[in-house]
Design a protein around this ligand. Structure first.
Ligand code: NDP
Length: 330
């Protein structure tokens, strides 16, 4: 039996969590009906939690994190996939409850896979990854609720992060004016290169306003931050506009009033990428493959090795990782 390399997280006797790169045997893989030779995985905020034991996401150890991956089917007990097929996996709690993509091999349910979208390489698909798929799901939800480029600027919070970077590039490519909120000094040139029309300092939205309604500024918003920032921007939306709530990088509370809902008819749209039905995922990937400019994807992506991940996990939790990090697994 061939062994393969994996990044394995262990819980120590003192309760701390550490990771190391180890050789595993194929019979150690969990139950599943498709074995995938993983080319690339990525680093997402949730991976940071799984690598450090945060958020209570990982229940059993030893554990292989990596909430997404792209690769080639090695063997399949399911008629939908054959050896040689290129596939992508995001969500379904893979990398949290199930072993994930930080390994040369993964064994998963066929239901969790989607075929690699036409026009994307496995590396490009992971440049997008969970973060980018989520950005696209947010844009689809906003457009289904009436957003179009002629309505006015769209606010993206946590803009230099993974979701924020892909959202900025996707929106700009579609003709939207993007207002990018960032707390990161020196990131103006990066965000403008992705297509942001203007930069909003994080400090402008960091605290809740005394007034529940402020001037109507945004035709839509993709919020990766939550907390006071989400509460604040609700009061700045144009009449009838929608906010896609994606993330919690700034907190889980929502210290808001109901006034923007009642007086301006705004909508708060919850975005979940994890349990999203397959048909919706495929539609989102198709839009990504056609809309996302590949030069912008290169601008926001850097490729690292499995060995680099232990250090990057804590960094993404501190908001110190810019754009998308692709992990070359083999
Ligand atoms: P990143 O860490 O790459 O990006 C988060 C960004 O938020 C940072 O880059 C930073 O941007 C900003 N930020 C960080 N800390 C704070 C803070 N305290 N206050 C205000 N802004 C802050 O993460 P991802 O892009 O991968 O994910 C973004 C969020 O979306 C996370 O909370 C993640 O859990 C969530 N998520 C949700 C999904 C879903 O299905 N709903 C799927 C994927 C992610 P800047 O420096 O530019 O201000």
């Amino acid at each position: 039996m061939m062994s393969f390399r994996a990044l394995v997280v262990d819980k120590n006797a003192d309760g701390t969590v550490t990771s190391s790169i180890r050789e595993l045997e194929e019979d150690q893989l969990p139950a599943g009906d498709v074995v995938v030779n993983v080319d690339y995985s990525t680093l997402n905020y949730k991976d940071g939690l799984c690598l450090t034991g945060g958020g209570g996401l990982v229940r059993t150890y030893p554990h292989v994190p990596g909430v997404d991956f792209a690769g080639t089917v090695e063997s399949s007990a399911d008629a939908r996939y054959r050896p040689g097929d290129k596939v992508v996996l995001t969500g379904w709690r893979v990398g949290e409850v199930w072993w994930g993509g930080y390994a040369e091999k993964a064994k998963v349910k066929a239901d969790w896979l989607v075929p690699l979208p036409e026009g994307l390489t496995t590396r490009e698909a992971m440049g997008v990854g969970t973060a980018g798929l989520t950005a696209m799901l947010a844009i689809l939800a906003l457009e289904e609720h009436g957003l179009s480029p002629d309505r006015g600027p769209v606010l993206v919070t946590g803009a230099t992060g993974g979701v924020g970077s892909v959202a900025t590039a996707l929106l700009a490519a579609r003709g939207y004016e993007v207002a990018a909120v960032t707390g990161r000094a020196g990131s103006e040139a990066y965000l403008k290169e992705l297509g942001a029309g203007r930069i909003v300092p994080r400090a402008d939205l960091a605290e809740i306003s005394k007034r529940p309604l402020e001037s109507e500024s945004w035709a839509g918003a993709i919020d990766n931050v939550g907390g006071a920032m989400l509460a604040r921007l609700l009061g700045q939306m144009k009449y009838g506009a929608s906010v896609a709530a994606v993330g919690l990088a700034g907190g889980v509370q929502l210290p808001a009033t109901v006034i923007p809902f009642l007086l301006r008819g705004i909508n708060l749209l919850g975005i979940d990428s994890v349990m999203q039905p397959v048909a919706r995922r495929e539609a989102a990937w198709r839009r990504i493959a056609t809309d996302l400019p590949r030069d912008k994807l290169s601008t926001m992506t850097r490729v690292v090795r499995l060995e680099d991940i232990a250090e990057l996990g804590p960094a993404i939790l501190k908001g110190e990782v810019r754009g998308r990090v692709v992990v070359a697994v083999r």
